[in-house]
Ligand binder design. Structure first.
Ligand SMILES: Nc1ncnc2c1ncn2[C@@H]1O[C@H](COP(=O)(O)OP(=O)(O)OP(=O)(O)O)[C@@H](O)[C@H]1O
Length: 222
């Protein structure tokens, strides 16, 4: 499977706070890659570099083999990069379907309404289509965030603690959803604190520690 996202020797941080010190990792299509590490290790910082919210002082980011290290966030989105956030970022006053429609229109997809219908079905959200996103239980709202990225044409998806706020039943369903997205050929990079979920679904796992990404000793999924 082709490598969709490459991070090569990235060094980045904030004024007087060095965080990443030469990180390299790859995410391929049809693979679910886990990213773990203690609080403050720099996981979200790495996502910010990949998305273009933070410019690295050294190193490169490639999407689908294209250099995007200096590309604007919206250009990366056009190239198929999607992201969810640790703190939910759905449009609360819009319905679930409207949330997706905004993304599908912004992506300029051929038939936005069709893209929305397909994505709602894909994530098992059809019954919630007309529901105000701001009133959803957290676990469902996290699926809406993922659906919105997919409706926007994401092929590389960065998930920031997607299981937080989910109950046990929701977690089992979510694991199945992740496997289905992987089977569809998406390249998935997931920050996650639930190590049982990581060990269950991830093909490979990196641990972020002291500014470097190292393969973690979690048994990968079959
Ligand atoms: N805007 C900022 N300005 C200055 N320092 C920041 C900023 N954002 C994050 N940091 C610092 O950068 C370091 C890495 O933070 P980051 O949020 O990337 O860690 P994380 O691994 O995602 O942690 P968590 O698991 O708690 O979300 C921390 O020391 C944090 O305090």
């Amino acid at each position: 499977m082709p490598v969709e996202l490459e991070v090569r020797e990235v060094t980045a941080g904030y004024p007087r706070v060095p965080v990443l010190r030469g990180i390299s990792l790859e995410v391929s299509a049809g693979r679910l890659t886990g990213l773990i590490g203690s609080n403050g290790a720099g996981k979200s910082t790495l996502f910010d570099v990949v998305c273009g919210r933070l410019r690295p002082s050294h190193g490169r980011v490639l999407l689908g083999g294209r250099e995007v290290t200096r590309a604007a966030t919206h250009r990366r989105a056009r190239l198929g990069l999607g992201r969810t956030y640790q703190r939910l970022e759905v449009f609360g006053s819009l319905s679930v379907a409207e949330n997706l429609l905004v993304a599908a229109r912004a992506a300029g997809s051929g038939d936005p309404a069709q893209a929305v219908a397909d994505t709602l079905r894909r994530l098992g959200l059809a019954d919630f289509a007309a529901y105000p996103a701001g009133k959803l239980p957290t676990g469902v709202a996290r699926l809406v965030e993922i659906a919105r990225a997919l409706a926007g044409g994401a092929r590389v998806l960065l998930l920031d603690e997607p299981s937080s706020g989910m109950g046990t039943g929701e977690l089992a369903e979510f694991a199945a959803t992740l496997r289905a997205l992987r089977a569809d050929g998406l390249a998935l990079l997931m920050i996650e604190h639930d190590l049982d979920l990581v060990a269950e679904v991830c093909d490979e796992v990196y641990e972020l520690r002291e500014g470097l990404a190292r393969p973690a000793g979690l048994s990968p999924a079959a």
